[in-house]
Structures are given as C-alpha cells and as structure tokens.
Design a protein. Structure first.
Length: 346
C-alpha cells in the first residue's frame, strides 16, 4: 500500500509498505477515504521537533472499516467511520471521566500512518465514530467536515469547553490556523455573544467572520491587549481560547482575560515553563490539553455537521492526491493553504 513517510525536515515522500494487519483483538483495519495535514505536523516538517526518519505520518482521517478484531463489536466491516487521533479505550479512568484524549491504554507511538491507503486502528471498539451511510451519500463539502472531526474541530471545541464558554460570553480566540478557526465555530456553537478572533491574515479573517467572529484583532503583544481591552470597555474577555501554544500567545491570552475568566489552552506548548503569577492576580483559570475527540464527536459535533449547523470543512482551502503529499505539506508550510486535504480514495 502507499503511505506518507517522513524522510528529513522539509521532505515527506510516498512509499510502498506492507498492508497493516490485525495485531490485537481490539484492532480494526481501515481503508482511508480522506486524510489531511495538521498544523502540528509542521513542527517536525520544519525541524522544530525531532522525529525518526522513515516513520509513517498523519493522524486525521475518515474511511471504511475493512476488518476488525474479535473484541470489536461496535463497528463492522463496511462501516463508514471517523478515525480520531486519540484512540480512547472507553473503559479506563480517564475515558470514563470524559477525557479520552488522556486515555491510559493508548499504544506507544500514537499509531501514526493516517496519510496512507490503509490504517491499523487501535482501541477500535470504542474510539471509532460511525457516520451514517457511506461516503457516496455525502457531498465533498460534508466529507471535508467529517475529516475535521478526527482532530481540529474537536480540538477547537475542547478549547471552548475548557474555557467554559457559555451563553452571553465574550470570547477571544488566539490563533487563526484550522484549530483557531474551529475554535470560533465552537464558541458560536456554545452561544458566545461576542467572538474576537486574533488574526493577521486576510483570508483567515474572512473565514473567521463567516464562522461567527464579530471582531478581528490583527495586532500582537501589547497592541493586541490594548485593542481587546478597548473592545471590552476594559473588562477583558469572559473566556479565552488559546490555539497556538507559543509563549507570546499564552501570555496574551492571560492578559486579555477578564477577572474570573478561564483560558482554554489547546495549542501544543512550545516552551517548557511559563509564569503563572498573572493568573493569580486576576483570578484567571487555566485548563485544557489534548482534545476528547470521540466524546465530543458523539455528544455534539457529528450531529452538528449532519444537521448543517456547522461547516468546519471550509478550513480546507487546497486539496491534493496522496501522491502530492510533498506539495500538501509545502502549501501549509508556506501559508498558501489554511489546511490541506488529501484525497486518498474516490
């Protein structure tokens, strides 16, 4: 089968590898229909994060179940499914608490290889999310939205849920990548009245407004804080969605938060330590982490897509065949695409 393989920073290629097989009774083999490149993939593509050469890559996809292990009963061959990157088992303490992103029974290595023709998926009985019908029953736009439910839409929703966004809130969304834009969707879905999107790029600003942003702040640092404070009459935001992970983004998120607000942090930390004193002096809370993809998809997000309440698939602004994997990465790296879609099977 064909699968994307990391060679070195700046280089991803398609190679022929052996077909995956059932290794555990809780596995499933999935034929991938659509996959995508994630902003977090750019970390190792740019050489900012170490990754072993010759490893398969990708963690977002939808597909058809080909075969299942003997302990998989919730999905069957032929089912159309979302393949969440989190692989929650559904029965450990973390999963029972609703935090399948912190599943205690995930396989080491996170089971990569979603950017390929077939995938061995672990913890398949609980983690896979069944989509009604078959891919042919849906428009391309709907298929793209389903792909976001494997990661970025659920991660954006996790930022909003962690920040405790509620009816009437003013929410600030830090970041205009796919996760940040999905955070705008999530804030609106949770009935925020005002949504301030922090974005410096015109195409992303336009999409943020389409998703529900009421205001755009293009500045950074002190200027950004001043603009948010002006927009909120000095009170700051009720909730802040931090979807970047840089030191500046986290610092700004805390500074634009109002007294008693919560910062929902889903941007992967890019610095080992941060000063938490500003949280103390403003009674600001900080929570977040890895998204609970299966839980959010089942409880909220899949039905919202099926009902056309949200259209997160619009974050895909370029599409590529699997053989064009290098171009798909370069498009995101060079910011000519907000997010790259991979069409694996028609």
């Amino acid at each position: 089968m064909k699968v994307a393989v990391f060679k070195q920073p700046g280089q991803v290629v398609i190679e022929d590898r052996d077909m995956p097989v059932i290794e555990k009774s809780t596995d499933a083999i999935i034929k991938i229909v659509r996959a995508s490149v994630c902003g977090s993939d750019l970390w190792w593509f740019r050489g900012l994060e170490q990754r072993p050469a010759n490893t398969t890559v990708g963690h977002e996809a939808i597909g058809i179940v080909e075969s299942v292990g003997s302990d998989v009963h919730q999905v069957a061959p032929g089912d159309f499914v979302i393949a969440p990157f989190t692989h929650g088992c559904g029965h450990c303490a973390a999963c029972r608490a609703g935090f399948d992103g912190n599943c205690m029974n995930r396989e080491p290595g996170a089971n990569p290889g979603y950017q390929g023709e077939y995938l061995r998926f672990t913890n398949a009985n609980w983690a896979l999310v069944k989509i009604p019908g078959q891919p042919a029953d849906y428009s391309e736009e709907m298929l793209q939205s389903f792909v976001t439910l494997a990661d970025v839409m659920a991660t954006g929703y996790h930022a909003a849920a962690s920040a405790e966004v509620k009816l009437g809130d003013t929410a600030v969304v830090m970041g205009d990548g796919a996760v940040g834009l999905c955070g705008v969707i999530a804030a609106k879905l949770r009935w925020a009245t005002r949504i301030i999107a922090m974005s410096r790029h015109e195409d992303r600003q336009k999409l943020a407004r389409e998703f529900g942003a009421t205001d755009i702040v293009a500045s950074r640092g002190d200027d950004a804080v001043a603009e948010v404070m002006a927009l909120t009459d000095g009170a700051g935001a009720d909730a802040v969605l931090e979807c970047v992970g840089t030191e500046l983004s986290v610092q700004t998120a805390v500074r634009v938060a109002g007294a008693g607000a919560v910062v929902g942090r889903v941007g992967i930390p890019q610095k080992a330590k941060m000063n938490t004193n500003d949280l103390f002096w403003k009674n600001v809370g900080l929570r977040g982490g890895i998204a609970n993809v299966t839980t959010y998809d089942r409880e909220v997000l899949l039905q919202a897509v099926l009902d056309h309440k949200i259209e997160p698939g619009k974050v895909f602004t370029k599409r590529f065949d699997l053989d064009q994997i290098q171009e798909a990465y370069e498009a995101m790296d060079q910011r000519t695409a907000i997010k790259s879609l991979l069409v694996v099977a028609k």
